[in-house]
Design a protein around this ligand. Sequence first.
Ligand code: APR
Ligand code: PHB
Length: 389
Amino acid sequence: MKTQVAIIGAGPAGLLLGHMLRAEGVDCVVLERQTGDYVLGRIRAGVLENITVNLMERLGLDARLKAEGLVEEGFNLADGERLIRIDVANLTGKTVVVYGQTEITKDLMDAAAPRGLEVIYEAGDVALHDIESDAPYVTYTKDGAAQRIDARFIVGCDGFHGPSRKAIPASAAVEYERVYPFGWLGILADVPPCNHELIYANHERGFALASMRSHTRSRYYVDVPLTEKVEDWSDDRIWDELAIRLGPDAAANITRGPSIEKSIAPLRSYVFGTMRHGSLLLCGDAAHIVPPTGAKGLNLAASDVHYAAEALVAHFKRADQDAIGLYSGKALARVWKGERFSWSLTKLMHRFPEDGPFERAMQVAELDYIASSTAAQTVIAENYVGLPV
Ligand code: APR
Ligand code: PHB
């Protein structure tokens, strides 16, 4: 098979890019290792910046997002008994939308066939070849048979563990990494949220987050040492911990219920120093990881896709020879700002095992400053709502 762009991975990055290219008349094929149901089974964050909402709008795939998404005008930082509200709407003139990543993926998946976007699920042994040439190709197996796709470009949207980034020689880029000494234990339950806006809490027992998927479905997290096992956390134990860490006002409004999903996710900051090597471009988790604090993962994937689609369309439709070369620099400039924000919010809101009284005093001073300064709140708000592309 021959195409202009071979996309590896049908997560949100790969599907968004596929739709963007199809909408502009660029040929592409998406290859995914798993089944569609498996991809939809992954539970991930659900706070959308304008960039992500705008991409869905441009594709005309925002009907359900507009109908079911919850528009959020602010969020809260809790520290013990104190609650600091960040009035995102007033400080920035913009809002975020709470809509699960699973739902975005489903909307993109459902629209693929009607829009002529070819997605090949259950593609095994995907391998990239000749990425330093102008004629790269991808090999894979489908139903036991060997297959090959020739393309002008390959875009790796295959997440942190996919083969794309690994196809780039180690000498081509520096890796930047910070692994955190805790994970987030998440619980999803069909109960009304304890608050209509998100609460990120820093408590002496650890971090907690109250989030939601809808008016009737809640998503909560507590941080735990990486040695903890999910089996040791009964639903009751998690609800008890949340009630302590989120503070008395939120605790009074928590509705408990059985978990429908429960898992521990490690926290990591990671950036691969280039997002293009020859004819291979990287988008999303394939190139970078943020800790979930601030919900930037999906939104950074969306901005990568914005820049990648722009570059590929300029290349194919306007014979622009420079566009592809500019992709990595443009995408990384925004990625680093997202990394900085996620890292700083993680540091502000978690108790690190190595921290002593000085580090805690710095957290208190920073939270005091945020509570009393509109300028400080504006810095947080404009990063939370998403920096311009
Ligand atoms: N061959 C084909 N597909 C692969 C392979 C492979 N060898 N390895 C991984 N994939 C697929 C995965 O199965 C997955 O469906 O690539 C896809 C990558 O999707 P995600 O991990 O969701 O990554 P991305 O699309 O970049 O999503 C952006 O948003 O909420 C954040 O961090 C979260 O992952 C999320 C990110
Ligand atoms: C979520 O709703 O799952 C969520 C929200 C905000 C975050 C991380 C996760 O920062």
